[in-house]
Design a protein around this ligand. Structure first.
Ligand SMILES: O=P(O)(O)OC[C@H]1O[C@H](OP(=O)(O)OP(=O)(O)O)[C@H](O)[C@@H]1O
Ligand SMILES: O=c1[nH]c(=O)c2nc[nH]c2[nH]1
Ligand SMILES: [Mg+2]
Length: 167
């Protein structure tokens, strides 16, 4: 684990589903009308599916970026851009577009995607303080020194008892 991260925040599938639904509730109670979701792959794919279902949005686009190799952040590469007809929804800048990602950490990914769609609404399930100013709506804030373990990155395994005795 990168030394920047001192704490763990493991999230189960149920918790992630609940938190993504809570994000949809917040977005539904806002004053914006969304014609399409742009999800930031790959982490944005799962919350985008849940939010799209709850908000009855059927037009889903991807923006494909890569920056982390597990917990090490490298140079950010845009592998696929947003289609021009999606960028134009609600006028130039994508005012009727909802961008969804799983989390914002340093804000580097959010900055690049926001520059593509400056009028769009940016939503994440989790936010750390450095990235928070770049997000319009999120559900849970976690501290900057916490690594969030997302359910698709984890599996069930034996945990030794607190006493340390295995049997
Ligand atoms: O705010 P930042 O410091 O830019 O970090 C946040 C981004 O990092 C993770 O994606 P990652 O690049 O690991 O790719 P993935 O979604 O394919 O796992 C996460 O899904 C966010 O998109
Ligand atoms: O699974 C993840 N957890 C995190 O806390 C994080 N920060 C950036 N990218 C991340 N990916
Ligand atoms: Mg991502």
């Amino acid at each position: 684990m990168d030394e920047r991260y001192q704490k763990n925040f493991p999230v189960s599938w149920e918790q992630f589903h609940r938190d993504s639904r809570a994000l949809a509730w917040r977005l539904t109670n806002g004053d914006r009308h969304f014609e399409a979701i742009v999800c930031v792959t790959r982490g944005g794919l799962v919350p985008a599916a849940i939010v799209a279902r709850e908000m009855s949005i059927r037009v889903i686009e991807t923006v494909c970026v890569a920056s982390y190799d597990y917990d090490k952040q490298g140079e950010l590469k845009v592998l696929k851009e947003v289609a021009p007809h999606i960028r134009a929804l609600g006028g130039e800048g994508g005012r009727n577009v909802l961008i969804v990602d799983d989390l914002v950490d340093t804000g580097k990914t959010a900055r690049v995607v926001r520059d593509m769609l400056p009028e769009a609404h940016f939503a994440t399930v989790y936010a750390k303080p450095a990235g928070r100013p770049l997000v319009d709506t999120f559900v849970t804030e976690v501290s900057q020194d916490t690594w969030i373990f997302l359910p698709w990155d984890m599996g069930l395994q034996f945990t030794p008892p607190i006493s340390g005795h295995a049997g």
